[in-house]
Write a protein that binds this ligand. Structure first.
Ligand code: RP5
Length: 167
């Protein structure tokens, strides 16, 4: 495999490719609100694997993907869902990779349903939950995690911050 970014951990340098974030959403109907996460991750130089997998409708498919994720180079998982939004919690139950949850708004309860579903995780199964429809911040949080290991991502993140600060 060809090396992507440099890595602060020398033993991983030879094998590493650009780090990957898995971006999951519970339904095709979520895509428009999730797309900004994909755009932001790419802006930071992070590869993205985007999948639509429902925790409720496709639990076995979800398990299969999460179990395969490390072999695909996935280091962080973002999971976005609306309503009874169990996607990130179920993902977190299947992995110790960092899981970032994005609660999505929906017509009846405005996203509070999804927010509470994600944020009230039991001890031992953490989900780092961002704001309702906070796809961009989920991507930036993933960037913060990966910046600890990949200097190029740290620099891209700083450049992003300078851009939004007008500096
Ligand atoms: C959730 O249910 C999905 O994440 C979506 O936000 C919501 C509605 O899904 P669809 O009925 O539109 O597929 O699981």
């Amino acid at each position: 495999m060809e090396k992507g970014l440099s890595c602060l951990y020398p033993e991983e340098e030879v094998l590493s490719v650009a780090p990957v974030v898995a971006l999951l959403m519970g339904s095709e109907s979520d895509r428009e609100r999730v797309q900004p996460a994909e755009d932001t991750l790419r802006e930071l130089g992070i590869e993205v694997i985007t999948r639509v997998i429902s925790a409720h409708r496709q639990p076995e498919k979800l398990r299969g993907f999460v179990e395969e994720a490390p072999s695909l180079g996935v280091e962080v998982i973002i999971a976005a869902a609306g309503m009874a939004a169990h996607l990130p919690g179920v993902v977190a139950s299947l992995t110790t990779l960092p899981v970032i949850g994005v609660p999505l708004s929906s017509p009846n309860l405005g996203g509070l349903d999804a927010l509470l579903s994600m944020v009230q995780m039991p001890r031992g199964v953490p989900v780092a939950t961002v704001a309702i429809d906070g796809a961009v911040n989920a991507a930036l949080m993933a960037g913060s995690v990966l910046a600890l290991k990949y200097p190029e991502i740290a620099e891209a993140w700083r450049a992003y911050r300078r851009k939004i600060s007008g500096g």
